[in-house]
Write a protein that binds this ligand. Structure first.
Ligand SMILES: [Zn+2]
Length: 204
């Protein structure tokens, strides 16, 4: 095997680029001690646009807590089993309400209960999907949570939402045998177990 001329050229260019980068990081900051009022004025005037750019993007807040915010929540299908396998594709947990305390989900107590965003982000509304039915995702720079089988939405596509905001109502749309919330957590495109994000904690 051998490198083509193009590959060798790219390698040389990459090494030159790396050299420049190292040289720049090793150089002392230019003329810091000579900064005066006029320089401060320049940097101050540049600040508003930078902070505005940050404000326009949702913070990469970690999902946390139970999207149903109800202590009577039970898991009707766990992570990585049944229709949640393989976890890398369908990973999530199914949540419903046990309103009579017998340890099992209760359809009457589960229909149309509010679903709350577990972190800040932008709403992605996808109605009538299969198998997720009325599907909703909340995305920020690092995390995405997904809420499936919704009966209806409380947000519109592209809307910024904050943690704790009602985003929809539990239903049984799509591939579903009864009212429940299918809840997923993704971290930088990798599916994660929602229980690692306190998906049953309802102390708020
Ligand atoms: Zn599910």
């Amino acid at each position: 095997m051998g490198l083509s001329h193009t590959q060798i050229l790219l390698l040389i260019l990459a090494l030159i680029g790396l050299g420049i980068l190292v040289q720049q990081t090793q150089s002392p900051p230019p003329l810091l001690s000579r900064w005066d009022g006029s320089m401060m004025g320049v940097s101050r005037s540049a600040k508003p646009s930078i902070s505005a750019a940050f404000a326009a993007q949702p913070a990469a807040e970690r999902p946390s807590g139970n999207p149903l915010r109800d202590r009577r929540t039970v898991i009707t299908q766990g992570y990585g089993v049944g229709s949640h396998a393989p976890a890398s594709v369908w990973g999530g947990i199914d949540l419903a309400i046990d309103s009579d305390g017998d340890g099992k989900a209760d359809p009457q107590g589960t229909w149309h209960v509010p679903v709350y965003a577990t972190h800040d982000g932008i709403a992605r509304v996808k109605p009538n999907t299969w198998p997720g039915g009325n599907y909703l995702a909340i995305e920020n720079e690092q995390y995405k949570t997904a809420y499936a089988h919704l009966d209806s939405y409380a947000v519109v596509d592209g809307q910024p939402v904050v943690r704790g905001q009602v985003i929809g109502y539990v239903g049984s749309t799509g591939m579903s045998s009864g009212p429940h919330l299918h809840y997923e957590v993704w971290e930088r495109g990798v599916n994660r177990n929602p229980l690692d994000f306190d998906a049953l904690r309802s102390d708020e």
